[in-house]
Design a protein around this ligand. Sequence first.
Ligand code: AMP
Ligand code: ZN
Length: 667
Amino acid sequence: MTEIERIDQLREELHLHNYKYYVENAPVISDQEFDHLMRELQDLEARHPEHYDPNSPSVRVGSDINKNFVQVEHRYPMLSLGNTYSQAEVTEFYERIAKALNEDFEICCELKYDGTSISLTYENGKLVRAVTRGDGVRGDDVTDNVKTIRAIPLVLHGDGYPRQFEMRGEVLMPWKVFEELNRERELREEPLFANPRNAASGTLKLQNSAEVAARKLDSYLYYMLGENLPHDGHYENLQEAARWGFKVSHVTRKVKTLQEIFDFINYWDVERKNLPVATDGIVLKVNSLRQQRNLGYTAKSPRWAIAYKFQAERALTRLLKVTYQVGRTGAVTPVANLEPVQLAGTVVKRASLHNADIIASLDLHIGDNVYVEKGGEIIPKITGVDVASRPEGSEKVTFITHCPECGSPLVRYEDEAAYYCTNESSCPPQIKGKIEHFISRRAMNIEGLGPETVDQFYQEGLIHDVADLYTLKAEDLVRLERMGEKSAENIIQGIARSREVPYERVLFALGIRFVGETVAKKVARAFRSIEALATATLDDLIHVDEIGEKIAGSILRYFADEKNRNLIERLRTAGLKLEADEEDLAGHTDKLQGKSIVISGVFARHSRDEYKEMIEKHGGKNVGSISKKTSFILAGENMGPSKLEKARALNIPVMGEDEFLAMVGEQ
Ligand code: AMP
Ligand code: ZN
């Protein structure tokens, strides 16, 4: 078999395994075997760029090229659905249809998935375009991002599909993925997504498809459009689509009577809570496409369909008071304290108020009767006030002006909804939070210490900042409650061992705002010692790859503060690593700083992976495909003709292996 034949074979196999896993939920090979085949395909494809296929299973991993989206017009506008919360209106809908059609009809009952809608165009069995709903007339072309969604077929099975047609459906983020994502965001102190719908639509608009791939979106398709569709029945077309490899819902039912419709509604109003994805209602559609055409459209929505929305679970209770929590970064979050009330199976006593703007828009008063809802959100929220029952002379809720923990005045930064306490060095929750971050596993990894011990040491006055850890003695600790000699000794040893933690992790452990793990690594590589970093200018900082003004500003502010500089001196005295180890940096240079380099072809002196490593070691970035941002192409033998042509067109230099090695000073 030639390599080209093998590529075709692998593509076919991987499409099938992908379908078995993500659509049928019944994998036939292990994840490892799958990865193995994928790697083989990627290697072969890299050697044969002339055999490129935009729908190869390998495009599912995405690429780290940033893209701006192009707006495209929908072939058929994407309308919204008329919707109702009332069963009486469902009856009216049914009767209206019966009267207008004046013949037998069937209704297709479907779940209303709560994600973001997508329009997919297939030509000759291949996905060619994916567009968001946008304003209904035109949306964003998000094809590269959508290709990373495994439940969406890139190449269809079998035959019998029209040469060109459109599938519409919903892109979803499963609850589990959503919760995991929010947990991570919380750790990184990024704003949380309110519900899986926002998370899914936010993800589709990410500029980097590799990031989209990591978010594990799912999708259900629920409508087929085009000329020459196989059947007159919407339901029958969907079953056909399932045979071509689309993921369509198994629970869709075709019914005739109103009673059957209500049975479906009532069943799913309860059962939907056990589904892995969010739903917010059910959709009823007249099944026959001919009858759909007869019924037609209003300006906004089809006359042949209606959405029945489930009531979000809601309760009315009294607002007792508003308290404020201060987080590790000093962000102040208002919390509503409520008279306990039963809601969606739990007793609710507190609800998030998010920020000052939300309080103001609700016009909250203490003692108000408020509506609490638990919709897609994890934390219950207040959605309204029963103003009519407001007690006379009640006090309006105004956001606090000073920190409830330390009394410092609060500030609000431009473009941010939250208020902050900026007293980083003596506001208790901020101090404790900083120490907790410092000792955590990915930072200094000090064994034996945890949030409770930190709290205890702080309460006892043993530590006020991270440098105090290094002057603790076992004798001080054994005096504390619940502290044996052995554990005290372990803690002291754990602290001592942290002196070996490399500079880049110390940098992360300091907890400088916006300097997470990855940024710390970049910074440590660019500024080999903490002095070098402390004396860097704005200009020096923003020249480092991936460091923008926001991060640079935060680093400058950190070192401008004398308290922080003193802290660092004390950490130096304690013996922490505040500069990069020689061996750690072996051979690292910044010769390729800021360069985006594409590797193409087959090499004689080193492997592709070795070249990739070399590029990174010298501060450059290896990117997947050629764009106008590419600095140069590192080309071996047999560079693909299409790549070569693209490089020429964009005027991008092509460099051979020897020339490259000489440039970076390697053999
Ligand atoms: P709305 O946004 O409330 O007007 O509801 C219409 C939206 O519901 C559509 O744009 C789709 O994104 C979504 N939807 C979810 N499930 C379905 C379904 N089974 N059939 C049609 N639309 C659906
Ligand atoms: Zn404070």
